[in-house]
Design a protein around this ligand. Structure first.
Ligand code: NAG
Ligand code: NAG
Ligand code: NAG
Ligand code: NAG
Ligand code: NAG
Ligand code: NAG
Ligand code: NAG
Ligand code: NAG
Ligand code: NAG
Ligand code: NAG
Ligand code: NAG
Ligand code: NAG
Length: 535
């Protein structure tokens, strides 16, 4: 298995090619100590796509074209192979980010320089369920420090790591700015094994013209003011995740209201640590929505476009999808919105900023840092879906995404089987239909036993208008469905052996899955290797 070899090659060294890179840049910023006191150990999370700073980074242009070439050969050679980044729903350029000590040593910061930086907290907007002990809030996020990295260094890092076929200097000024912002979000020093500062809770203002629309909050919560201390310290990667019971202090009870109540959560001392907690009643409807290529234009299946759309260009709504969501949030005022993307935690702020200025307010899940090896990357969506379904056993869910992620294609219909009665609708944008640039196959076999009324493959947001979701009318009769219950969208119009009108038996279908998983792993190891210049 090449993965193991690759991993053992990658793990031993994690010193500082980036400090070499920084040192070689024309105008290095003044730094407190050009010779870091001691090189740090690499992060524990073993990953075939491990950040590997002791190697010279190649120009990303070459890297991406070799990745594309490999993807094409996998696709044409094997028919059913799926590149790992499509499988995981994470663009390949969003894999293998450096963490903690790698960043510290690459920027040449010693411990005292890091200690002097203010502590920041990424506080992902939480949801809460109601139990016999009261409201139970899932606090989750990351504690880190943001080095003061010079514009020149950020340009250098962005040029080497992210920009495809161009350099930062060639982008319009606002895109340069965004590229540097995103790069600086990735080059942060995560704080492992520290306590999270106390979190203050108070009622969020009722939604006004300036508030986040939707997702509850038509009225100001009736209570809930208090300070919370999270149990335990951050993980080695600086993450925290804990369900914490809070005092009701005048809040409505989750078994006696159908309204979502919103609380501001404010991490003491952290300028960026504000978020909204959504206290979600026991019963009702929750929309769980992916973001890339369904709420915003990403084009993860076209690496050059995907890269620019993620790092440089302003995030853009996909067609009029925001109008559809605005209608849902208005016409179903007690609905809860939850944004579940497998994009890595480091870039979450940009996603949240975009969502909260374009779509209804709601809670958020992204990929925690401990989910970075390949099997974990492929299982994160299921983990997050299971957690929210188990947290709200009496609620019903509407699942929204697009066909370009094979984890979605596998996990969404599986939820309908594993949590009977809880999946109200599955809406999947057929990405290939409107975007011929999407050449990646998708597997519709999971839908074989589902009722057509409960799901729809659609082409444009307007296809979702006038559906009676609350009563389970999720299929628009005017949108033809063409499911073969096997792989579709294969190159040259081929379909996989199981794709004969759902006639495949279980065992041959399992055979196809095994093949694609193997191809996915091999491919991912390859991506990791070329990314960091090993091949
Ligand atoms: C709601 O839950 C609380 C706490 O468990 C309980 O005291 C109350 O009776 C419940 N209300 C209803 C309507 O079941
Ligand atoms: C960051 O560094 C720049 C120069 O590189 C300096 O002008 C600025 O004051 C620094 N900011 C902080 C918060 O240290
Ligand atoms: C970059 O970050 C700064 C500071 O947070 C912010 O003021 C600016 O609007 C951001 N620019 C872009 C294009 O995101
Ligand atoms: C938790 O972190 C604090 C610093 O924030 C430290 O003083 C304490 O010893 C840590 N606790 C454990 C059990 O490591
Ligand atoms: C965060 O919330 C606190 C308390 O409501 C408020 O004082 C502060 O201005 C907020 N910070 C930001 C950046 O919104
Ligand atoms: C990551 O951490 C969470 C708790 O924060 C844990 O439940 C999960 O199993 C961990 N995942 C992996 C792949 O280690
Ligand atoms: C609330 O969420 C927790 C964590 O997922 C779960 O264990 C518990 O069963 C849920 N409680 C209720 C009453 O649904
Ligand atoms: C998706 O669209 C393509 C192109 O129009 C079409 O060939 C395919 O059958 C559609 N898939 C489904 C599941 O309807
Ligand atoms: C179905 O889709 C068409 C075309 O997008 C749209 O005009 C119509 O409103 C949708 N809804 C229903 C229930 O037909
Ligand atoms: C808005 O959403 C509601 C609830 O799903 C639905 O009944 C109504 O037809 C929708 N209106 C439009 C224009 O889509
Ligand atoms: C239906 O799907 C099959 C398999 O993906 C494809 O070959 C065929 O062109 C599709 N038909 C239409 C009308 O899109
Ligand atoms: C269930 C299903 O997808 N049936 C399709 C089988 O193939 C014929 C011809 O391609 C379609 O007309 C059916 O809709």
């Amino acid at each position: 298995m090449p993965t193991l070899t690759m991993r053992s090659l990658l793990l031993p060294a994690a010193l500082s090619a980036l400090s070499a890179l920084v040192a070689a840049s024309p105008a290095p910023s003044p730094r407190p100590d050009a010779n870091p006191v001691a090189p740090r150990e690499p992060v524990i999370t073993a990953s075939p796509v491990q950040y590997h700073p002791s190697r010279t980074l190649r120009n990303r242009r070459d890297i991406l074209s070799s990745v594309e070439g490999y993807a094409n050969s996998v696709l044409s050679g094997l028919g059913s192979g799926i590149p790992s980044y499509v499988a995981s729903g994470i663009p390949n350029y969003f894999q293998g980010f450096p963490t903690g000590s790698d960043v510290q040593s690459s920027l040449g910061l010693d411990d005292s320089a890091v200690a002097a930086l203010p502590t920041q907290v990424l506080n992902l907007d939480p949801y809460a369920n109601f139990t016999s002990q009261g409201w139970n809030v899932l606090f989750h996020g990351n504690v880190y420090k943001q080095p003061n990295t010079s514009t020149q260094t950020l340009n250098d890092l962005a040029n080497k790591l992210f920009i495809y076929g161009t350099s930062v200097g060639d982008l319009p000024p606002d895109q340069q700015d965004q590229t540097r912002n995103l790069t600086s979000e990735i080059f942060v020093v995560q704080q492992g094994n520290v306590a999270v500062a106390p979190i203050h809770l108070e009622p969020a203002q009722s939604q006004g013209s300036s508030g986040q629309p939707g997702g509850g909050g038509a009225t100001t919560a009736t209570g809930g003011t208090q300070d919370i201390t999270l149990p335990g310290n951050t993980t080695v990667e600086g993450d925290f995740t804990a369900f914490v019971p809070i005092n009701s202090n005048g809040l409505m009870l989750g078994n006696e209201t159908s309204q979502v109540q919103r609380l501001n959560t404010y991490v003491e001392g952290a300028t960026l640590g504000n978020a909204t907690a959504y206290l979600v009643p026991n019963q009702g409807l929750t929309f769980i929505s992916d973001i890339d290529d369904i709420l915003r234009v990403t084009k993860i299946y076209e690496p050059e476009q995907g890269l620019l759309n993620s790092f440089a260009r302003p995030y853009t709504t996909w067609e009029n999808m925001n109008v559809i969501y605005a209608n849902w949030s208005k016409s179903l005022p007690n609905a809860h919105f939850h944004y579940l993307t497998t994009t890595p935690e480091q870039v979450t702020r940009n996603y949240m900023q975009f969502i909260y200025s374009t779509y209804p307010g709601g809670s958020f899940d992204t990929r925690p840092l401990n989910f970075s090896d390949i099997t974990a990357t492929l299982s994160i969506r299921k983990f997050l879906l299971q957690r929210i379904f188990e947290t709200f056993p009496q609620r019903k869910f509407v699942l929204v995404a697009d066909t370009s992620n094979s984890d979605v294609m596998r996990d969404y219909p599986a939820m309908a089987t594993e949590f009977p009665g809880q999946v109200q609708c599955i809406f999947l944008r057929n990405t290939t239909a409107t975007d011929p640039g999407d050449k990646f196959p998708y597997d519709t076999s999971g839908f074989k036993n589902l009722n057509q009324n409960s799901y729809m493959f659609f082409l444009n947001p307007d296809d979702l208008t006038n559906l009676d979701i609350a009563n389970g009318q999720c299929y628009n009769q005017s949108i033809p469905q063409n499911l073969t219950f096997g792989y579709q969208g294969l190159p040259f119009g081929a379909s996989s052996t199981t794709a004969v009108n759902g006639s495949a038996n279980g065992s041959s279908s399992a055979g196809v899955h095994a093949t694609s998983a193997q191809v996915g792993l091999t491919f991912a190891a390859f991506v990791g290797a070329v990314f960091w210049g090993l091949v």
